[in-house]
Design a binder for this molecule. Structure first.
Ligand code: G3P
Ligand code: MG
Length: 255
């Protein structure tokens, strides 16, 4: 069930990998998250101009690569030439953008579970879900078992399409603040769990979610004390850029 999935997070989801210590959404950040004790990693999924699912947070290339312009204006052939590590620290020179396909193989090797946050450019929801489904199905052909997957998005259209084309996998709705009409929002988006912004916490709204036995997770939490308050309030897991210290805090909280 979706509860056992959230329980397997051990309180922490590595946010874009161990993105506090390595370039976000790259193989080094995924490997480091695993070394730091995370079971689950969140990544952002978008597409190249030729419809390949790739792991990248922003619409633009500027912040996290040595390229410029929109990710979706570049073919995979062009994207794979870019350096996605040097911007973070020169020691990561030569790091490349990941395809979702290669990420799935890496996660399987590292025995990591994945939260795929679908971040489609406006109007590219269908193409992004199609590319995601294609990557999952093709990775499944070369793996004994796929990693456990949780699909999430702020984009309701993408989630509705995921319900159709990625039906076997559970889905979470990402929101900023939890609104009073969260049950209708979940239903409309065809999701069973909720991810919200910890900075916009409204305790009464969170209480209404946990009382309804809906699993939830909060982004982005880097202070152990803040994580502990959220776990105490019934939040299953926090997305953190520093999964090492936060996993330590979870162990301490459990004992
Ligand atoms: O998926 C949780 C969180 O990552 C959502 O916000 O901007 O970090 O993708 P963002
Ligand atoms: Mg994200």
């Amino acid at each position: 069930s979706v509860w056992s999935l959230y329980q397997s997070m051990n309180g922490v989801i590595a946010h874009r990998g161990a993105s506090g210590d390595a370039p976000e959404n790259t193989a080094p950040a995924i490997e480091l998250a695993q070394q730091q004790g995370a079971n689950w990693v969140e990544v952002d999924v978008t597409i190249s101009a030729d419809g390949i699912a790739v792991i990248h947070h922003d619409d633009e290339l500027q912040r996290c690569t040595n390229g410029q312009g929109l990710v979706t204006e570049h073919t995979w052939q062009q994207l794979q030439q870019l350096d996605s590590g040097t911007w973070f620290h020169p020691s990561f020179v030569g790091t490349r953008i990941l395809t979702l396909h290669s990420l799935l193989l890496l996660a399987a090797k590292l025995q990591l579970s994945l939260n795929l946050e679908i971040k489609p450019m406006a109007g590219l929801e269908q193409a992004t879900i199609d590319a995601t489904a294609h990557a999952i199905h093709s990775a499944a052909q070369s793996l004994d078992a796929l990693p456990a997957l949780l699909i999430s998005s702020f984009n309701v259209t993408a989630l509705q399409l995921a319900a159709k084309h990625l039906a076997p996998w559970p889905r979470a709705l990402n929101v900023e603040a939890i609104d009073t009409d969260w049950p209708q929002q979940l239903q409309q988006a065809q999701c069973t769990s909720l991810h919200f912004d910890a900075q916009q916490l409204i305790p009464e709204q969170l209480q209404s979610v946990t009382s309804a036995d809906i699993a939830c997770a909060a982004y982005t939490v880097n202070q152990p004390s803040q994580a502990q308050d959220l776990w105490q309030m019934g939040v299953c897991a926090v997305f953190s850029d520093f999964p090492g210290p936060l996993s330590g805090a979870w162990q301490a909280y459990q004992s």
